[in-house]
Write a protein that binds this ligand. Structure first.
Ligand SMILES: *Cc1c(COP(=O)(O)O)cnc(C)c1O
Length: 407
């Protein structure tokens, strides 16, 4: 049982790919008195957040904020834009794509999956092929996951946009960025995304509890005719109240205090630097994994996730996989670090290293050190030198950066 009064020395390493470690200044901001959400002080906060969040989504249009987990924003994207029985094209990239599809089914939509191997991103050519075979335009939306958190694989969203355009198809493009927003380059406007779905607890460095919809003009227009029942999730009322810095229902005031600081942090570091930092930590992690002689789940290097790395456990002589969860348990008990579990089909066969959010070179080395010690403690066959490979890369990448700055 969780004992909130026990304090093991040092910090817990929360290296699952979300929720992620929340920075101290964000936690301190949340720990302020709750205020009147219809008052002038709140209004200032609301207006600031609603302005500051747009550049993080790389949009100039409204971003709607819900007091909900990411799943709420998934549902909001669909119920605001679609009607009962609408066909929706989705791509089976992994566990989260499968969950979004199930949610669409429960809402009375007719989702269709392009099958996948859970080791690859969206194949834009298949999207093009399927849309080209839909001259009646029965498919109303294409829904894809940008960063599939169950596999550590990203998808090329610009390529999906090009595929839709090449087929001259009017379907809306909806993208789940729940584990990429704030850590992986994502361009809502430039890539012509109609609805971007995001959440607070991964790259955004906040606790769970907020989620987001960025909405194109085309999606907003579609919402005027969409007939799926909706009430709480309705965009229109929220957008109207947001114009003055308010919400129609009670917002998560304290999480919004945290969001204001998290946005300040992202803008102070600069988004290109944030993305480069995640790329560097992901590369260092992959060098460590290869150094241990283990296999990365993601097949295609162009699709490696900057936010997390899923690692396959080695297989023994009889063909059985070493137990990823037994290994994770030892890491938690011995080193007070949580690693991500294998989800559904991947259960027991992979573990996931989250390297996103509030994260630097030394937190990464602590994380990788915990993995290497855990492999040894759990008797998982591996080579030495993974952490050393990461150190060599980070030290050099750091030197190159310092030289660049000095020049
Ligand atoms: C975490 C996650 C979700 C689910 O979000 P919740 O906040 O758990 O509802 C959906 N999609 C992706 C890609 C995720 O990483």
């Amino acid at each position: 049982m969780l004992d909130l009064n026990s304090h093991p020395a040092g910090r817990h390493f929360l290296q699952i790919p979300g929720p992620t470690n929340v920075p101290d200044d964000v936690l301190r901001a949340i720990d302020h008195p709750t205020i009147d959400h219809r008052g002038p002080e709140f209004q200032k906060l609301g207006l600031k957040i609603l302005a500051d969040i747009r550049p993080v989504f790389q949009t100039t249009r409204p971003v709607i904020i819900y007091p909900a987990s990411g799943t709420g924003a998934w549902e909001a994207a669909l119920v605001n834009t679609l009607s009962p029985g609408d066909a929706v094209l989705m791509a089976e990239t992994g566990h989260f794509a499968a969950l979004w599809k199930r949610l669409a089914e429960r809402l009375g939509l007719a989702p269709e999956f392009i099958p996948g191997d859970w080791r690859s991103g969206v194949d834009a050519a298949r999207i093009h092929e399927r849309l080209a075979a839909d001259p009646q335009h029965q498919i109303k939306a294409v829904c894809v996951v940008h960063n599939e958190t169950s596999t550590g694989v990203t998808s090329d969203i610009a390529a999906v946009r090009r595929a839709i355009d090449a087929a001259k198809h009017p379907a809306l493009l909806m993208v789940d960025t729940i584990s990429s927003m704030g850590s992986v380059d994502f361009r809502h406007d430039e890539w012509g995304v109609d609805v971007t779905v995001a959440g607070s607890q991964k790259g955004m460095m906040l606790p769970p509890g907020l989620s987001f919809n960025a909405v194109s003009a085309k999606a907003m227009a579609a919402s005027r005719h969409a007939r799926l029942p909706r009430a709480y999730w309705d965009w229109e009322e929220i957008v109207v109240a947001n114009e003055k810095g308010f919400w129609p229902t009670t917002p998560s005031t304290n999480l919004l205090y945290g969001l204001a600081v998290a946005l300040d942090r992202l803008h102070a570091e600069g988004l290109p630097n944030v993305f480069a930092r995640h790329e560097r930590h992901a590369e260092a992690t992959r060098r460590a994994v290869r150094g241990w002689g283990l296999e990365i789940l993601c097949r295609n290097p162009a699709e490696y996730s900057p936010a997390l790395t899923a690692v396959l456990m080695p297989v023994d002589a009889s063909g059985a996989s070493h137990d990823a969860d037994a290994f994770r348990r030892i890491v938690l008990e011995r080193f007070n670090m949580s690693l991500g579990t294998g989800l559904s089909k991947l259960a027991g066969r992979v573990f996931r290293i989250g390297h996103l959010g509030d994260f630097n070179d030394l937190t990464l080395l602590g994380t990788l050190g915990g993995v290497e010690m855990g492999l040894q403690a759990a008797g998982v066959p591996h080579r030495k030198g993974g952490v050393q490979a990461a150190i060599d890369y980070l030290a050099e990448a750091g030197t190159a950066r310092a030289a660049l700055k000095a020049a």
